[in-house]
Design a protein around this ligand. Sequence first.
Ligand code: PLP
Length: 479
Amino acid sequence: MQDRPPLGDTPPEIFRKQLQQLADWIADFRENLKKLRVAPNDKPGAIRAALPAQAPEQGEAFEKILADIDQLIVPGMVHWSHPMFLGYFGWTQTAPGILGEIISAPLNVNAMTWRTSPAATELETVVIDWIRQWVGLPTEFDGVVYDTASVGIFHALAAAREEAAPSTRKLGLTGRNLPPFRIYTSDQAHNAAEKAAIALGIGEENVRRVPSDSEFRLEVSILRTMIAKDRQSGFKPMAVVATAGTTSTAAVDPIRELARVCRKEGMWLHVDAAYGGGFALLPEYRWITEGWSEADSIIVNPHKSLFVPLDFSVLYVRDLERLRRVFTLTPPDVLRADAVETVKNYMDYGVQLGRRFRALKAWVIFRSFGRDGIAARLRESTRLAKLLADWIQSDKNFELSAPVSMGVVCFRFIAGDKSKIDRLNSEIVERINSSGQAYLNQTKLRGKTVMRIGLGNVLTTKQHLRNAWELIQKTAEEL
Ligand SMILES: Cc1ncc(COP(=O)(O)O)c(C=O)c1O
């Protein structure tokens, strides 16, 4: 009979060597990142075809696994942390972020109750409060960490639904003669509100898109008319989802005015500050927080603009008990002794039971950079965004398509045959992305295709941006 490897874990002396090997691998990867293609140009299925369809019967050596990562996985990645990755909302990988992720791994806790992980629970509360102070929310706001903003918005709207129709958590929505609910959000907002409406039994079509103004902000006067009409038709207006930093242009809705509407109409106001939330830390961006203190809930994604690697999203609720009331249950028998009632058990604040120790990585990053270091990095992304806007404005073949907001710049190539401009803009983006030299987005604004760059990556310098801009100009010329 063949000798089997011993059971249990890797022997400590081998594990230490593997860790050292991994440390070198990570440091080499970060150093060489700029030399990699930003994105692959493979056909769908190419990576899968290179991988075995069946899991191995016998264990394999770490060296072999790492070699396959180098050969098969790394070339098949879009490198979001590459300095020429200019898509979405920049990206948030930093050395302290990587260290924070690594430290969480051996601790491997499940932060479902205070007793199952006292330090994870209490550090989560501390980090949530640090961010609250940074963005200037009053102390009535307390929060909970989820993976993503989409999940946070779902939970916020679950609380809104419970207040609009008490006992829904117990009885459900059907057979109770309830009016259909309506949720309002701008035509620029993220579709996380629709996702929540689907999951909450409110229905996707009951999320009403309110037109936005010339600067892509929700038009409050139109909202008022829509609410009045809906009431007349028998709907119950339940919530408004305002945005501070929309996905396409980072526009900021007039939240104070929306708070007034919500108060008058008895509706829940949720603020989606998934992107904008981080910028609220800068005094010069404090204006975006106007009206936040009157909201019922606010989502902030430190994984978009506070340098915490994916995933880390905080939902703040004014009087967090409103959220707990919706989701807390008598714990199952096996958990009862671990669910001390007098302390915070984060399992009570949402659907999820098992929870990662996300607060640790945020704590490592926030301590490593300090508020000052974070502010300086955010300011650099706004400086680069303005610089790019200047270059765009000084080239007659291009125009800005929206006001530059935070790290987001939307622009359009406008030279040549007007009937082909949309296609040309799309092709410029496609060509650049498939070249592997840079990565940007395209989006639609008022039906027009535009290019979009999001700055925020700590590795992106003025020179990288200049190279990307020259690549865009050159690609446009060639088409
Ligand atoms: C404004 C806004 N809200 C919500 C989301 C959803 O974020 P998440 O991926 O954390 O669910 C996004 C994603 O880009 C967004 O731009």
